[in-house]
Design a protein. Structure first.
Length: 225
């Protein structure tokens, strides 16, 4: 039953993405100053939103694990961080493509860009930490602490372009950088299928984590004899 739900979710996400891409290419005009490359924002910003949603979910799961010691929360935490890293990478790469066209460079040590990269590396370090600790409960405890500490960078990433005058454009959904309502509607609507893909990937990773714990338990039982 669960697998059928995941298949259905994936199919619906694919349909929505196809519809959105068609609408972006045929129903929305080029932006006046940036031209066609502006359309990358419909993936760049939702990827960032999805990434932050994953990191926040991991934060909550980590706190719940430290309170309850239930490994299901550890599984949720690592699953959401892995998916969040994938969307974080998509955000960084799409931003670099946009920058190459608009700024003429792939990268600059701007506050938003630099803090986003540091945040991504911290969460990548979370996965390195997990591989370094074999005992399940100790690994879960240390990983939960690492997840909570890493999340402290997320608000800085989000507010950096408000706190500092940077090369990165001002926020497009509020403040000085407000966009046209048609563009804004498409941006939010394209966030929906990306969230659906994220939920599907997290569910698959949690099933893999559960099976891995069962295999590890059997292995420890065999070694005990």
């Amino acid at each position: 039953m669960r697998e059928k739900i995941l298949y259905g979710l994936g199919a619906l996400a694919a349909v929505l993405l196809t519809h959105n891409i068609w609408k972006m290419l045929t129903g929305l005009p080029d932006e006046a100053f940036q031209g066609a490359i502006f359309r990358i924002i419909f993936f760049h910003v939702p990827a960032a939103f999805t990434c932050f949603a994953c990191y926040f979910t991991s934060l909550v799961a980590s706190i719940l694990y430290l309170k309850s010691k239930q490994l299901k929360y550890d599984s949720l935490s690592v699953s959401t961080i892995e998916v969040g890293l994938a969307f974080g990478a998509a955000n960084l790469i799409s931003g670099m493509i946009w920058a190459r066209i608009i700024w003429g460079i792939w990268w600059t040590w701007d506050w938003r860009l630099t803090s986003s990269l540091i945040c991504w590396l911290l969460y990548a370090g979370y996965l390195v930490l997990r591989r370094a600790v074999e005992e399940p409960t100790e690994r879960a405890r240390l990983s939960a602490v690492m997840s909570i500490l890493s999340f402290s960078v997320v608000p800085f990433v989000f507010f950096s372009i408000k706190w500092f005058r940077t090369q990165h454009p001002q926020p497009v959904l509020y403040g000085e950088g407000k966009m046209d309502s048609a563009y804004r509607s498409m941006l939010y609507f394209n966030w929906l299928p990306l969230l659906m893909v994220a939920v599907m990937l997290v569910a698959v990773r949690m099933m893999q984590e559960r099976r891995q714990r069962e295999i590890d338990a059997l292995r420890r039982t065999v070694h005990a004899f």
